[in-house]
Design a protein around this ligand. Structure first.
Ligand SMILES: [Zn+2]
Length: 338
């Protein structure tokens, strides 16, 4: 039996279920889409994935953060911080099919002992998104995107793009290139990186390979799990999977209507501070945030900047039995220094 006040505690315990990306020191690697994005999106949603001969293994997709809460997300395709400069996912979520998800959780455990965690950029990707990427990039950059006629292992829920974060600080480690950077620095054998960057790349690779993941030659962040061709290409958008924002006890989590990105403080910029800042707050029945507290700070002025920004956010309030109610939530803000 859930008491009158207990559901709030349950929601608060459903830690990190609101994951938003905001605040950036600079620009992600960008291409200029060859045609307008709205046109590409509409076309891709109408297109049909290639027909492949089966039979296929049953694909049970697991939401990674639910299976292992130490796995952090930085789903760039749900934000404008990606190579297209526009969000292509409606939700920041990451899924893999069962055997690969289990293997990734083992990788995560192995890395903990070395002081690292996994930061996932992308995992299962509905086929229409692969189609958008292919149609958007100029011909000379197509080696970095999958051909929709073949489908990508991401479409099969069998590939993951990821990096490491430091458990102590929550900050992403230095790697030889940014995510989705379409240059030779992205190659997994690129030798021009710093010793530290190469070391991080090697730690990730060793842990991933030890559990059956196969690296990709031209993207250090991309790994395929074995036997991906067993799984069919899927075209199910994230919104069709049970919404994690639908909390237990019949209370829905608030949704962000308006978000203001925090400023990147001068001091943090100079020191190249990166990482995940966590705030807790209460979203009242009018969708206004209050009682904003820093749960995990990054210092260097970023905590204050984050509070100032989140004060200006507005939400669609959480609801219980269809009525707006105050709900406590946690928000992750990812700061990147690029
Ligand atoms: Zn990938």
């Amino acid at each position: 039996m859930i008491g009158k006040h207990d559901w709030k505690a349950i929601l608060a315990a459903a830690l990190l279920s609101v994951v938003l990306s905001a605040g950036s020191a600079g620009q992600a690697f960008r291409i200029t889409p060859v045609r307008p994005m709205a046109e590409l999106r509409a076309e891709a949603r109408k297109a049909t994935p290639p027909v492949e001969p089966g039979p296929f293994a049953t694909a049970r997709l697991v939401e990674l953060t639910r299976a292992d809460s130490s796995i952090h997300l930085d789903i760039r395709y749900a934000t404008s911080q990606n190579f297209l400069g526009e969000a292509v996912y409606e939700q920041a979520r990451a899924f893999l099919v069962v055997p690969s998800a289990e293997a990734l959780i083992r990788v995560s455990g192995k890395l903990h002992r070395k002081g690292y965690g996994l930061l996932v950029y992308d995992a299962y990707r509905p086929w229409y998104v692969t189609k958008i990427f292919w149609e958007a990039v100029p011909a000379d950059k197509r080696e970095f995107v999958a051909d929709p006629a073949q489908g990508s292992n991401h479409n099969r829920g069998c590939a993951v793009d990821l990096t490491l974060y430091e458990r102590k600080t929550g900050a992403a480690v230095a790697m030889p290139s940014g995510y989705d950077e379409m240059t030779p620095r992205a190659y997994s054998d690129y030798a021009g990186a710093s010793t530290e960057e190469k070391e991080h790349r090697a730690i990730l690779r060793e842990a991933m390979e030890s559990e059956g993941f196969v690296p990709m030659a031209n993207e250090w962040w991309h790994y395929d799990y074995k036997d991906c061709r067993k799984y069919a290409i899927l075209n199910v958008p994230f919104e069709r999977f049970r919404d994690p924002l639908q909390a237990d006890g019949g209370v829905t989590m608030p949704k962000v209507l308006k978000h203001v990105a925090p400023e990147y403080s001068k001091e943090a910029r100079e020191k190249h501070i990166e990482g995940t800042l966590i705030l807790s707050l209460v979203v009242d029945a009018d969708g206004v945030p209050g009682d904003i507290r820093v749960r995990r700070g990054l210092g260097c002025g970023l905590d204050e900047e984050a509070i100032q920004a989140v004060k200006q956010w507005r939400f669609e309030p959480g609801k219980k039995d269809g009525k707006p109610v105050a709900v406590s939530v946690q928000i992750e803000l990812h700061f990147h220094s690029m």
